[in-house]
Design a protein around this ligand. Structure first.
Ligand code: ADP
Ligand code: ASP
Ligand code: MG
Length: 426
């Protein structure tokens, strides 16, 4: 009689046929004696379509209205799934974020869940009903609708699992688990049976979109076990949990890539104390989320400073840098949008020297030029030209001995969905 939170992403609820498949899957869980609670994303690409609609009307839509708009995508899928379950003779009831008791902070578009009042969900489960919860949203202290950042339904699922004390949080998507790299970029990637929270958090933060990093952070904090698995098959996926002796002890767990950042270079800024502080304080003040930073060797008392930030913050970054040029005595600035970050991740690297040497050798053997480097105790990231991202991921995957003998096969994705996935990876 396991209590299971089952989250289905956009691809899994993209059409009435897919929604029927999800309904059957939930009913299958009930028939096996389990008690499922569903969490759904918006259908297919509908969140992107809503973003497109808003941009047709405003360059800078108010954050409150944007969240109100985007939350409707999940309202559509939750109601349709509840109807599908009812049409198959079982009881179901949909709940918006507000109705499911999901309270958040007030930062629109990146709110954090603070509390889950799960009584209504619990009561529904006790009454034999399948609750279907809209992912990606909650309400703040003013009663306004907030959203949790793109991919945020994963976080809803983990928070609900914690709130109702579920035995497991199953995240169903179009891949059958967490791989050693995005299998669409590195077809020789290997599926992991299990991965610890720290490795998964680092992979997600470095761009592995299979799970939202906030979801992993939440799961680690409250010890919620996540099972990432395929919406299209019954085969077991990957368990994300506390490290244990059964887990593989590799130096490198995986390679992640991220094409969503841009690089800004400030040319010939004065090289004296206080300049970097000024630049990065101003960027922070304008809500630019700076990731990597490099400062060149000083010549004639001037130096170049480069940093990366999300493409979404570029407008604010430009405005900030332009307004500072005179004050910091800089000659100008340049923006490179054609970059990608590739990260080698593994808690095992803490006790294993030589990761940097092997990374740089593999990249140089393949003529991949490194533009920026940053490290943490369990990650080494390089910025390369976006045209070389696939080559960089694949050659590092091979260099760290991660290649599988078999090649990843697409399951159940339509030609259009495959094309969309490819364009998402640039
Ligand atoms: P959903 O819409 O169901 O939330 P996502 O598209 O967000 O699904 O996440 C699944 C996708 O994550 C896969 O299609 C895959 O291309 C991508 N992905 C990136 N890195 C990895 C990885 N290391 N392992 C598995 N999938 C990955
Ligand atoms: N629908 C939202 C998005 O596209 C949330 C999610 O899918 O998890 O980002
Ligand atoms: Mg997702």
């Amino acid at each position: 009689m396991a209590l299971i939170v089952a989250k289905f992403g956009g691809t899994s609820v993209a059409s009435p046929e897919r929604i029927k498949m999800v309904a059957k899957r939930l009913i299958g869980m009930k028939q096996a004696g389990d008690r499922p609670v569903a969490v759904v994303s918006a259908m297919g690409k509908s969140t992107d379509e809503l973003v497109g609609l808003s941009h047709a009307l405003s360059k800078n839509p108010p954050a409150r209205e944007m969240d109100r708009l985007l939350s409707t995508g999940e309202h559509v899928s939750m109601s349709l799934l509840a109807m599908a379950i009812e049409a198959m003779g079982y009881r179901a009831m949909s709940f918006s974020g507000r109705q499911a008791g999901i309270r958040t902070t007030g930062e629109h578009s990146k709110a954090k869940i603070t509390l889950v009042h799960a009584d209504r969900i619990q009561n529904a489960v006790d009454a034999g009903i399948v609750p279907v919860i809209a992912g990606f949203q909650g309400i703040d202290d003013n009663g306004d609708i907030t959203t949790l950042g793109r991919g945020g339904s994963d976080t809803t699922a983990v928070a609900v699992a914690y709130g109702i004390g579920a035995d497991v949080c199953e995240i169903f998507s179009d891949v059958d688990g967490v791989y050693t790299a995005d299998p669409r970029v590195a077809p020789r990637a290997r599926k992991l049976d299990a991965i610890n929270y720290d490795d998964m958090l680092e992979l997600s933060s470095a761009g592995a979109g299979v799970l939202q990093s906030r979801a992993v952070e939440f799961a680690r904090k409250y010890n919620v076990i996540i099972h990432a698995r395929s919406a299209f098959s019954d085969s077991p996926g990957t368990l994300i949990k506390e490290a244990d002796s059964q887990m593989e002890q590799a130096v490198i767990t995986g390679i992640a890539h991220d094409t969503s950042e841009v690089k800004v270079t400030i040319r010939d800024a004065q090289d004296r104390p206080g300049i970097a502080a000024r630049v990065f304080s101003a960027l922070a003040g304008n809500m630019v989320n700076v990731d990597m930073i490099i400062q060149n060797i000083s010549e004639d008392g001037h130096t170049d400073i480069s940093f990366t930030c999300p493409e979404a913050d570029l407008g604010r970054a430009r405005g900030t840098v332009e307004s500072l040029l005179d004050t910091i005595g800089a000659r100008g600035y340049a923006v490179d949008e054609n970059i990608a970050k590739v990260s080698v991740v593994g808690t095992g690297m803490k006790s294993s020297p030589g990761v940097a040497a092997r990374t740089f050798t593999a990249l140089s053997d393949n003529n991949v030029n490194i533009l920026l480097i940053s490290t943490s105790p369990i990650r080494l990231s390089v910025v390369v030209s976006a045209d070389q991202v696939e080559l960089a991921v694949r050659c590092l995957h091979t260099a760290f001995g991660l290649d599988s003998d078999s090649v990843f096969e697409e399951k159940m994705l339509s030609a259009q969905e495959l094309a969309d996935k490819k364009s998402k990876g640039r």
